[in-house]
Design a binder for this molecule. Structure first.
Ligand SMILES: Cc1cc2nc3c(=O)[nH]c(=O)nc-3n(C[C@H](O)[C@H](O)[C@H](O)COP(=O)(O)OP(=O)(O)OC[C@H]3O[C@@H](n4cnc5c(N)ncnc54)[C@H](O)[C@@H]3O)c2cc1C
Ligand SMILES: *[C@@H]1O[C@H](CO)[C@@H](O)[C@H](O)[C@H]1NC(C)=O
Ligand SMILES: *[C@@H]1O[C@H](CO)[C@@H](O)[C@H](O)[C@H]1NC(C)=O
Ligand SMILES: *[C@@H]1O[C@H](CO)[C@@H](O)[C@H](O)[C@H]1NC(C)=O
Length: 460
């Protein structure tokens, strides 16, 4: 627990290795690459940075971060609805699992300009923020981060297989092409099947003789399967009266017993992103056999919603080549860092997608961690900062993991509220509350204070 040895205090740049170049890792890399006193490297197992062809939505709190990073104008160009738009609907919830036309049972409105943040325990209206969902094409979204990475930082074809701590306090990384690297801080941004999380928890279980820690290694199947597809707006048939399909204007949540369909437009309104879910909650926690992501038959998808209201069928018929996903999440972790190795994004808190929050939570990690790491000048400070990161991010992210799962149950009409719309509607409204409840400024200020205060439990 001293400041001696090589590393930042010796005048060498603090070496930060980010393992995984998804949305989380790249957000952090872009944040940190602005600081000349840091040496940043991103190790990505794939041959290039890539995202799947699908949509991703974020909420105002994430948008706020992108603004603070100076990236708002670029993200605006690829956003739908653009953040300056007046549209205020979060989601339109309908009962749809019957052949005749369904009905709205809840409209979640998050009107433009009405956002609250907490300052000194008082809710303050912050008119410059917005609370609607902002939608993107994933590949376009990732590209904005990629375009802001300085040259020389990214290394491809580098699949981390393990890491180890040297006697001089450095961390050695071993990749599957037999190459290696060293760093002072290792960031595990390597996604839901994180190699780094697995090693961290396996070692912790051994050291503490506590086998219960092994339950944090393997992701857990939620019992839900999802089907995904993108369709061009021009290919979606109009309604009988000639009006455009409802989902082109409004993000839709079509709900039925044990299944639901989510659809919203992206790419400046040219494309509709569709994700459908089929749940068997009794299988939550069971091992899922087989590939998590596969191509699948269009008919298999259509059969799942065969007797649903017509506007669901007309939308799903447009999906050419659906993919099928076994939805997994990670049991809420008890810690995010150990000996200079830190988890972020899906590696730390992979969640089911029912609150459209996984990418946003990864970006929040990147933002908070970026601020904290940028200020480090000693090893002691490093461990305090990692404690501060964990203190700020872990409780929030874990509660979103839980909330996302519970939301899925609500949309499938199998939560404790069933289809009692009088209680389900308000419960749905409440589950979105966290989005505006916790202010990032407050969190960041708290994190800085924690990082500066002497920490009795610095972890080394
Ligand atoms: C159906 C579905 C819909 C979703 N919709 C939304 C949404 O609307 N909004 C939202 O916010 N979130 C959504 N999410 C969640 C979101 O996609 C994820 O939370 C987010 O992409 C996680 O980013 P990440 O960078 O942490 O991980 P990833 O994107 O998984 O990136 C991890 C990276 O690490 C690399 N890697 C893995 N292992 C290694 C290794 N050993 N060595 C080196 N590199 C490695 C991988 O190649 C990858 O590039 C959805 C998820 C699903 C499944
Ligand atoms: C390393 O991992 C990649 C997958 O990321 C795999 O395609 C490749 O075959 C592996 N290389 C070796 C030498 O094992
Ligand atoms: C979420 O939290 C509630 C309240 O603490 C708990 O009852 C529930 O089991 C949790 N759900 C999951 C999926 O962890
Ligand atoms: C970083 O240091 C600056 C200058 O001391 C300070 O203003 C800022 O609050 C610090 N940020 C964090 C996150 O600690």
């Amino acid at each position: 627990m001293t400041n001696t040895g090589p590393g930042p205090v010796a005048g060498i740049k603090l070496r930060i290795a980010i393992c995984g170049g998804g949305i989380g890792g790249l957000c952090l890399a872009v944040s940190l690459s602005r600081y000349a006193h840091l040496d940043i490297n991103v190790y990505e197992s794939a041959g290039q940075f890539r995202e799947i062809g699908a949509g991703v939505m974020i909420w105002a709190r994430t948008w706020h971060i992108l603004e603070k990073m100076g990236l708002a104008s670029e993200f605006s160009k690829i956003a739908h609805a653009p953040p300056t738009g007046a549209q205020g609907v979060g989601f339109d919830y309908r009962r749809s699992d019957q052949p005749c036309e369904g009905f709205r049972f809840k409209l979640v409105e998050m009107p433009y300009g009405v956002c609250f943040s907490i300052h000194n325990r008082h809710a303050v209206l912050t008119s410059d923020s917005l609370c609607q969902c902002i939608r993107f094409h994933r590949a376009e979204f990732l590209d904005v981060f990629v375009n802001h990475l300085p040259p020389g930082i990214a290394h491809f074809g580098k699949r981390l297989t393990s890491y180890s701590r040297n006697s001089n306090g450095l961390i050695s990384l071993i990749f599957n092409d037999s190459s290696s690297a060293i760093c002072d801080v290792l960031i595990g941004a390597d996604g839901i099947k994180s190699t780094i999380r697995a090693q961290m928890y396996r070692e912790a279980a051994d050291t503490a003789h506590d086998q219960s820690l092994m339950r944090y290694i393997e992701p857990v199947w939620t019992g839900t399967m999802a089907y995904r597809g993108l369709v061009r707006v021009q290919d979606i048939p109009r309604n009988k009266d000639g009006s455009p399909h409802r989902t082109i204007g409004v993000p839709m949540m079509y709900c039925g017993k044990g299944r639901h369909v989510v659809s919203y437009s992206i790419s400046q309104g040219d494309i509709v992103n569709i994700v459908t879910f089929v749940s068997q909650p009794e299988k939550h926690g069971q091992h899922y056999d087989g590939e998590w992501v596969t191509n699948c038959d269009k008919q298999e998808l259509l059969d799942c919603y065969a007797n649903w209201e017509p506007e669901v069928g007309s939308l799903l018929k447009c999906i050419d080549k659906p993919t099928r996903w076994a939805i997994h999440h990670v049991n809420p972790l008890p810690f995010y860092h150990k000996d200079g190795v830190v988890l972020m994004g899906d590696a730390a808190h992979a969640m089911s997608p029912h609150q459209g929050a996984g990418a946003g939570q990864a970006i929040e990690d990147g933002f908070v961690l970026g601020h904290l790491l940028a200020n480090i000048t000693s090893k002691m400070q490093l461990f305090r900062s990692l404690d501060a990161y964990e203190a700020i991010r872990l409780p929030t992210a874990n509660s979103v993991v839980n909330g996302s799962y519970e939301s899925g149950m609500m949309y499938d009409l199998i939560s404790k509220y069933g289809d009692d719309y009088a209680t389900l509607g308000p419960a749905i409204q409440r589950q979105w509350k966290w989005i505006n409840e916790i202010s990032l400024e407050t969190e960041l200020e708290f994190a800085s204070r924690l990082a500066r205060s002497p920490s009795p439990n610095a972890k080394l």
